[in-house]
Ligand binder design. Structure first.
Ligand code: NAP
Length: 317
């Protein structure tokens, strides 16, 4: 029987299904795979379910040599930690879990938009400090969100779900950058480049995949183009935003604030960022609900099942 390795503890429902349907080893560690574990994954298992941070680089595939593993059924839609070309060159297919993550991640983007614009983290810290002097008319004034202009960098499943919420829920005007025109079902204006998008909007949300092509797409030039009252939100991948440039922009008050779910060198979050009041910091919560993590696990297992049955992968990348 084919051997499956699930590299992180899963929800009870996903674990039960994996044990019922497959010959599975369940890794109990919640941390990323070590180099030795990745080599073992490729050499000792037919199918592996890796996830965020498991760096299956070209180097790892080369070092592993001809591998027993034939499928990396990634748990998550983002697969920038896997060198897909190197995997395919070794005959290893890769699948992911698109769609299952969309609404939950869009919800966290909305959380960050509102928290950043309305200074919710700062206000919460004030109340917890015991130093809140009480309400007064000019205390902690933030930015009004309703009716403002939203910019979405990466107008795919998650980007459009964010825009839909902002357009229908908050009456926001939507602008976006993507590689091709999109029809979101409501008016959304495609901008020619990220700098023009940044210049146009009150809230700029990053929703492109990570990887070489999008690394530092939001750099010092883009941040300089943003308005001083604008907010940046990143729910995509940390590396898309040049973190040091963002820290400088926030320290100098060149933008009003930022809401981050992801970090360039995750899980490291620089002290300089943690010291700032005008940034909201979440621990990569995008898909963190029981239902969504179960749906992601089932989708990854659907790919495993199809693969082992010799059927086409439902979510090949
Ligand atoms: P998607 O449907 O593939 O959408 C990606 C969008 O980015 C598309 O509109 C695509 O445009 C655009 N894009 C890609 N490369 C680009 C480039 N170089 N320049 C400009 N636009 C570019 O993906 P999704 O399902 O929305 O997911 C997006 C990302 O969110 C994932 O890859 C993942 O990294 C991240 N994510 C984070 C969390 C979290 O927990 N925070 C959870 C889920 C996902 P075209 O269609 O024109 O190519």
């Amino acid at each position: 029987m084919a051997k499956l390795w699930i590299t992180r503890p899963m929800t009870a429902a996903v674990t039960a299904r994996a044990q019922a349907e497959f010959d599975v080893d369940l890794r109990q560690d919640t941390g990323v795979l070590s180099r030795a574990e990745m080599l073992r994954a490729l050499r000792d298992y037919d199918v592996v379910m890796p996830t965020l941070g498991d760096g299956f680089s070209a180097e790892i595939f080369a070092e592993a040599g001809p591998s027993r593993c034939r499928l990396l059924a990634n748990f998550g839609v983002g697969f920038n930690h896997i060198d897909v070309a190197a995997a395919q060159a070794q005959g290893v297919a890769v699948s992911n879990t698109p769609g299952a993550v969309t609404d939950a991640t869009a919800d966290v983007a909305l959380t960050l938009i509102l928290m950043s614009a309305r200074r919710a983290s700062e206000g919460e810290r004030l109340v917890r400090s015991g130093n809140w002097p009480g309400w007064h008319p000019t205390q902690m004034l933030g930015q009004h969100v309703s009716g403002k202009r939203l910019g979405v960098l990466g107008f795919g499943r998650i980007g459009q779900a964010i825009a839909r919420r902002c357009h229908h829920g908050f009456g926001m005007e939507v602008f976006y950058v993507a590689r091709s025109d999109k029809d979101a079902g409501f008016v959304a204006t495609r901008m020619p480049d990220v700098v023009s998008l940044a210049r146009e909007v009150d809230v700029l949300v990053v929703a492109v995949p990570g990887g070489g092509e999008t690394r530092h797409l939001v750099d010092a030039e883009v941040l300089a183009a943003m308005r001083p009252e604008a907010h940046l939100v990143n729910i995509a991948r940390g590396e898309v935003v040049q973190q040091q440039a963002l820290i400088s922009a926030l320290q100098d008050g060149r933008i009003a604030g930022a809401g981050l779910d992801v970090y360039e060198f995750e899980p490291e979050v620089p002290q300089a960022l943690r010291d700032l009041d005008n940034v909201t910091l979440l621990p990569h919560l995008g898909t963190a609900t029981e239902e969504v993590r179960s749906a992601m696990g089932h989708m990854a297992l659907d790919n495993v099942a199809a693969f082992l049955a010799g059927k086409p992968l439902p979510n090949s990348v």
